[in-house]
Design a protein around this ligand. Sequence first.
Ligand code: LLP
Length: 412
Amino acid sequence: MFCYSEDDLYCEQVALADLAHRTGTPAYVYSSQTILANYRAYDEAFGDLPHSVCYAVKANSSLAVLGLLAKAGAGFDIVSGGELFRVLQAGGDPSKVVFSGVGKTADEVEYALASGIHSFNCESESELALIDAMAARRGVKAGFSIRVNPDVDASTHPYISTGLSQHKFGIAMSEALAVYDRARGLKNLSAEGVSCHIGSQILDPAPILEAVEKLLALVAALGAEGLPIRHLDLGGGLGIRYRDGEKAPAIGEFIESLRARLRESGLRVMVEPGRSIVGPAGVLLTRVLYRKKNGPKEFVVVDAAMNDLIRPSLYHAHHEIIPVRKNALPPVTADVVGPICETGDFLARGRQMANVMPGDFLAVCAAGAYGFVLSSNYNSRPRAAEVLVEGSAYRVIRRRETFEDLVRGETL
Ligand code: LLP
């Protein structure tokens, strides 16, 4: 929840200018109210349909964020042992964890089995064989879903589209039935569900509904073969509004449409939303260092860079950039760039924006998902602080890194 009161930008009841002065910049700031409201929008829209909302940890894996969601009752979608460790540290319930990903290692499978996770979303037969062998050694039965590749086009950025047969993800729909059938021979596995995830930042949910039809056909075929399936995991992917004026699907309406289609199925429905829960809940605060002009071109040089937020450089993603305190100057068209020695280091290009001056603060909007988690120490820049706002209070949930942090673990 970010809005202006007079000329000052607030996160809930906290003035971001004060926060920026106290915690320094760059800093990620998250609204706990927004995170919880988005989670509840999913949970409540499902109503009495059996469901699990497994937050995709990769979008924002800060302990405090995971803790908030764990307390609210969320499950978690993880893709690594490290993410499982974080979920457990944050008090998450392992029996609500699904483990996705195309390259799970034996150590990760072992850790997940030992922790008692709900199920594995499997992407190959060799992975099924590995999980079966490791479950046998522990004397347990491991629940699994096969992530099928439904061959539908999510119509999103090519780097975050995953549901076409050319992508590395999942098992082809045409082979899925045979794979489930062969998996019957693996005595330490139990087929729990069918899963898919067709891409991310999906603004038109029609392809997700198209995938649902294909998954339901597979579930029916499995049932006919004597292989009852308990749940359908539809992955994440719902898009958010990055650009002013852009239309993004409302969580409640999207889930309503799923609910209507799946009500009679008898299946538990799982979703793995990441971005749509935390994306709108975060901003990256940055301070203007310099203004400069190269010929006719205007630059706003700020203290956040591509190491802090790589989405503009990597996906040509658009993030609105707004002043933390409005001024009365006419707007300017400028590139917003960071201190890193790369032409690709920009947060916006040719952007009409507030005419800010050195010392002013800017907020890079909708940065709560795939922001901090994708940050790095490139150019030996300590990573930003993260701050969680709760009403009129806020706390640093990850302190800014120091130079000592930069060399931790290294030897001369
Ligand atoms: N489930 C699976 C299996 C996934 O691969 C993903 C995201 C999600 C759930 C969560 O999707 P979401 O609801 O957040 O769209 N770094 C990129 C996004 C990569 C998404 C990868 N997979 C970005 O900044 O746009």
